[in-house]
Ligand binder design. Structure first.
Ligand code: DGL
Length: 272
């Protein structure tokens, strides 16, 4: 038995962990933020894969039998290779899940016009994971993407609610909406972006629905655990949460409140 591992390049995955902890409080969670090497969104495919695999192995070493990549960039670049190539070799009885697949399974239900927009990191947009995966579930849905490379640094540095952020937020809203006037739903395809919700609501036309991934991931995990009792029975249930970061613990604890709603007490770890 072990905690459910929740991984992100930095703080973003805490927006997912917050929902998991709220809706499935009985489980133990171990969060790992690779803050020392964040952001991942502008890094190459190979680098994101290498870093993600190292972090997953670390979570396995800590006893996690189930790991969630609460990061779209890592899900887009590393999940398939880890599932197909690494797991059978490293830990055939453990599981790694991502956040893209659960989102693409339901996103089509949100749109009336069948035109949706996605804000994500450069890495996620360039991987084309969203249009490809959405095409499998909703072939008639038109998907428009916009990469927002400045949004994660703004959030990680706590500058996202200041006036200086407005330029970058408005610019990417414009770039997305100019691609189609029929977009009625916009997905925040990066786990950092819910922190920008306030500004997005301010600058986005009011008829456009903004979708975040937290609840989608919760429902998908709930369903997964019901369908996989062999994994569920190996998730410990003492309602505990631990936090690990590859950067300074003090820095993590200071920022975590913003993402998780309460201050964490984290531990700094080394990834080799
Ligand atoms: N939170 C990550 C995501 O969902 C991206 C952050 C980063 O660029 O490292 O894509």
């Amino acid at each position: 038995m072990g905690p459910i591992g929740v991984f992100d390049s930095g703080f973003g995955g805490l927006t997912i962990l917050k929902e998991l902890h709220q809706h499935l409080p009985q489980y133990d969670y171990l969060y790992l933020g690779d803050n020392a090497r964040s952001p991942y969104g502008t890094r190459s495919f190979e680098t994101v894969y290498k870093y993600t695999l190292q972090c997953v192995e670390k979570l396995f070493d800590e006893g996690c039998n189930l790991v969630i990549l609460a990061c779209n960039t890592a899900s887009a670049h590393a999940l398939r290779s880890i599932q197909m190539r690494d797991l059978p070799r490293l830990a055939p009885d453990r599981r790694v899940l991502g956040v893209i697949r659960p989102t693409t399974e339901v996103i089509g239900r949100y749109s009336q016009t069948k035109h949706i927009g996605i804000f994500a990191t450069k890495g996620t947009v360039n991987s084309k994971s969203y249009p490809i995966e959405i095409g499998k579930f909703f072939p008639d849905l038109k998907v428009f993407q916009e990469a927002c490379p400045m949004w994660v640094p703004l959030v990680e540095n706590g500058e996202h609610l200041d006036a200086g952020a407005d330029y970058f937020i408005q610019k990417h809203i414009r770039n997305l909406l100019v691609q189609s006037s029929r977009i009625d739903t916009v997905l925040l395809g990066c786990t950092h972006y819910p922190l920008l919700m306030h500004k997005l609501k301010e600058f986005m036309p009011t008829h456009i629905r903004i979708v975040t991934q937290g609840e989608i991931v919760v429902h998908s995990l709930e369903d997964y655990l019901v369908r996989h009792p062999e994994i569920e029975s190996r998730c410990s249930k003492n309602a505990g949460i631990r936090f690990q970061t590859t950067e300074s613990a003090a820095f993590f604890d200071e920022q975590s409140e913003l993402f998780f709603g309460k201050r964490s007490s984290s531990e700094q770890i080394q990834i080799h």
